[in-house]
Design a protein around this ligand. Structure first.
Ligand code: PA5
Ligand code: MN
Length: 169
């Protein structure tokens, strides 16, 4: 089993309100991932299994969330299944159109290939979910760093609101 954690200080450029992000303690834990990799990375035909836990919290009204990624091998799909907590799964096609699925205990989410995915903790308790993905999928974070998700989940008076970018003219 392997594990990694992401603290606020490691999530530069992820949250929309940069001033609010800079004002917070960079040591704050945002999410942790534990994964089981029974075969080497890039093995065709193998599977990996992971558990992600996102802490409750907000940066300038935007909920704590994962960085999000496309798979390096774009056609590779993935399953998520929520274990506990409340959240949203943000899915974005390669043409940058987004859709959102609500996560709660037991909810199952199929992430097709060619679809960037990010999870957001919209509750006040940790959000945990299981994931299963092909061992040759890989994680492409660079594309999202250059062309971010076009929808964000903001806390509007205590309830999550999906806010989409203004259409470009
Ligand atoms: O494989 C996945 O999609 C998940 O295990 C994610 O890697 C995990 O939730 C952390 O998100 P990210 O990789 O976007 O930081
Ligand atoms: Mn993935």
């Amino acid at each position: 089993m392997q594990s990694s954690i992401k603290k606020l200080g490691q999530l530069d450029g992820v949250f929309r309100d940069r001033n609010a992000w800079q004002a917070m303690n960079p040591e704050t834990l945002v999410y942790s991932v534990q994964w089981h990799d029974p075969v080497p990375q890039d093995t065709e035909g193998g599977l990996f299994w992971g558990t992600t836990t996102i802490e409750p919290g907000r940066v300038g009204g935007e909920y704590f969330m994962t960085r999000g990624h496309f798979h390096s091998k774009r056609d590779r799909a993935e399953y998520y299944c929520t274990v506990q907590g409340e959240g949203m799964l943000v899915l974005m096609d390669e043409d940058r159109s987004t859709r959102v699925e609500t996560m709660s205990a037991g909810s199952l989410h199929y992430i097709p290939g060619h679809t960037a995915h990010r999870t957001v903790n919209t509750g006040d308790t940790p959000l945990s979910f299981w994931a299963c993905w092909p061992s040759d999928a890989g994680h492409d974070y660079d594309t999202i760093a250059k062309h971010p998700f076009t929808a964000r989940i903001l806390d509007r008076d205590g309830a999550p609101e999906v806010v989409r970018d203004e259409p470009r003219r």
